[in-house]
Design a protein around this ligand. Sequence first.
Ligand code: NDP
Length: 480
Amino acid sequence: MEKLQNYIGGKLIPPHSGEYFNNYEPAKGAVYSLIPDSDENDIDAAVIAAKKAFPEWSVMPKQKRSNLLLKLADFILKNADQIAKEESIDNGKPLKLAKQVDIPRAESNIRFFATAILHFESESHSMENTAINYTLREPIGIVGAISPWNLPLYLFTWKIAPALAAGNCVVAKPSEITPFTAYTLSKLCIEAGIPEGVLNIVHGHGKKVGEAISKHPEIKVISFTGGTETGARIASIAAPMFKKLSLELGGKNANIIFDDCDFDEMIKVTIRSSFANQGQICLCGSRILIQRGLYKKFKEEFVKQTRKLTVGNPLLESTKIGAVVSEAHMNKILSYIDIAKSEGGKIIVGGNRVYLNGENMEGWFVEPTIIEGLDNTCRTNQEEIFGPVVTLQPFDTEEEAIAIANGTQYGLSSTVWTNDVKRTHNIAQKLHAGIVWINCWLVRDLRTPFGGTKNSGVGREGGFEALRFFTEAKNVCIQL
Ligand code: NDP
């Protein structure tokens, strides 16, 4: 059975403890590789390696840094099919999705920031005849990057690429649940000639390795994506140490459908925004709000299309819904379906675990599930389920839709379907969300700010926002 290794100081090495734990293939419910059970000793070693690499990496001409990162992106492209298969096996997501979305995006994350750094400018402020100010934006030092399991390589590279491009060295921890493609990336870094210690990848449990990153005094910046509770825990450790923090957390996003929308396009995209990646995307619209006049028609067609989604072996071309990521997560999703029932919700499609045949007999599959009859205050509509489960709620007016959409602790994203231009601008202003999609979903331009408000996070990733986050601004004022 393959033993994954940590990547520290440019080498693949076993964990300090010498211990490993199981890595499961969700579609089979079986162990297929072993993960290093790292601890604070491995983080210490990674920090030492990063510290050693920083003086050279941080002053390396940007063009040279960029070329090295572009070479890494080339290696991802060259191995894309293999990496997509690894991602599908490790996470349970359909191979088709990994091929079309996850791996191309991982590659373009690196390519994007490798070139963005070449165009990253800082400001100059002239005080007429008195003085001139210019701002230096310098790499900070050692960045800690902690990423989740839902889009493993996609979100891992989304953090490390801007941090590295800006001249920092990185100590990164992928989710213990989906470590495989980060391990592959470490091998590609060696092939691409990324200098030793510039990127270090330490595998293991969040409570050990993640906490060691949060606590390490020499890690000055933490970029985290994951659950809101974990984000709060990290902030409670890092904030008193005055670390710079970016937190991308959970969501309970509203998909607001007005009766003047383009119906066919809306249905097509709503199927994706509800169930893509088994609903395990922080941006999925799990609360579907439908204007009352359209409710019946929407429900009929949405139910019909949802029933067509094939739950199956993620490696098959025909599969639309793969496995959810772990047994514990499957049980969490199923427990929320029970909560919905106990709250008076009516399950109109799905609601059960799916048992497949053959090698997928023990796999962790859940039916795409639609629930109606619940108001916005119940747990089902307030807590993040993070699975293939959506609720339907009718509304009458624009004001009511906005109030329901804003009525949660979260504020990550919203989708709005309407052809009324005035309404588009009004509602976009009033929604409490970091991202508003109008007549589309998950259309991403990597230059745009990405992140949430309220309990969905602090700070913005993406474009120059990310490069600003991963640099320290220093103003120089020269008297004339
Ligand atoms: P978790 O918060 O459980 O874990 C995220 C990462 O943090 C993992 O690498 C985890 O390690 C690590 N971790 C766990 N405990 C600690 C700790 N005490 N200190 C430091 N690190 C720790 O989230 P999930 O992996 O379950 O991801 C799902 C969540 O991520 C959802 O809430 C989702 O909404 C959110 N998310 C947000 C996005 C956004 O952009 N806003 C995008 C994608 C997901 P380990 O896995 O080893 O426990």
